[in-house]
Design a protein around this ligand. Structure first.
Ligand code: KIV
Length: 273
């Protein structure tokens, strides 16, 4: 019998998440974009790691998520998959890879799954991408839907403000949430919507609803790892809680290193051959 499965933690699956919702256990989800961070996040006991297209903001300095390419996403998701044993790895489908022809959407989703080793894809939108969702789901690829503030539509919205404050948009969002559940999506991300609406959506669905800026009445939370670790202190939206001040830790560490190099106190006798 092979022994290498004995020490491996039990993998989180889409079924695990559905059970967690049914049993009232909240789901913790965080982004990661590279192998080293994925190892740390996975070892913490995180349930889901999202390889968000926010990678193109955080890792590449782009202002919006629109420039992200499928090849870049495959690269990030492959690095994260290599560093993850337990968490469910979900990768974003980049802008332009699923909004048009459903066959192209399926082709791109298959590439993302096959070439990165992720276990599910996330896509932004509801009824307008129904055909793509159906096609991708028909191939056995799990989809996490994303409604509310969908950053790939920033140019349509004209910014990153709160969505669905008005009754008509809130009603449309609820209908879209019910639709994506009925199509077979395994989870839904709700971004920057009023907490009351998010709680109503979560109570109306049997699939887990994961919020970001959507209050505490949902089934789990997601944040961008660099933001919550305080590596990007210029970005401080209301929904973000800082769990560390890595910007200060890194800054003082780097300054200490420079000072040690200049003073020739690094390397010491013990740090050379
Ligand atoms: O790309 C991303 O990081 C996301 C989360 C903010 C939900 O979509």
């Amino acid at each position: 019998m092979s022994t290498n499965t004995i020490d491996k933690p039990r993998k989180v699956t889409t079924a695990t998440l559905r059970k967690m919702k049914a049993e009232g256990e909240k789901i913790a989800m965080l982004t990661a974009y590279d192998y080293s961070m994925a190892r740390l996040v996975d070892a913490s006991g995180m349930d889901v790691i999202l390889v968000g297209d926010s990678a193109t903001n955080v890792m590449a300095g782009n202002e919006t998520t629109l420039p992200m390419t499928l090849d870049e996403m495959i690269y990030h998701a492959r690095c994260v998959s290599r560093g993850t044993d337990r968490a469910l790895v979900v990768a974003d489908m980049p802008f332009g890879t699923y909004q048009g022809d459903a066959n192209a959407a399926l082709h791109n989703a298959v590439r993302l799954m096959k070439e990165s080793g992720c276990q599910a894809v996330k896509i932004e939108g509801g009824r307008e991408i129904r055909e793509s969702m159906e096609k991708i789901l028909s191939a056995g690829i799990p989809i996490m839907a994303h409604l509310g503030l969908t950053p790939q539509s920033v140019n349509k919205f004209g910014g990153y403000g709160i969505r669905a404050k008005e009754e008509a948009e809130a009603q449309r969002l609820l209908e879209d949430a019910l639709l994506v559940e009925s199509l077979g999506c395994f989870a839904l991300v709700l971004e920057k919507v009023p907490a009351d609406l998010a709680a109503k959506v979560a109570a109306s669905l049997s699939i887990p609803v994961i919020g970001i800026g959507a209050g505490s009445g949902v089934d789990g939370q997601v944040l961008v790892v660099n933001d919550m670790l305080g590596m990007n202190k210029g970005f401080k939206p209301k929904f973000l809680r800082l769990y560390a001040d890595l910007q200060s830790v890194i800054d003082s560490s780097l300054k200490n290193y420079i000072a040690d190099v200049k003073a020739v106190s690094f390397p010491s006798a013990e740090e050379q051959y």
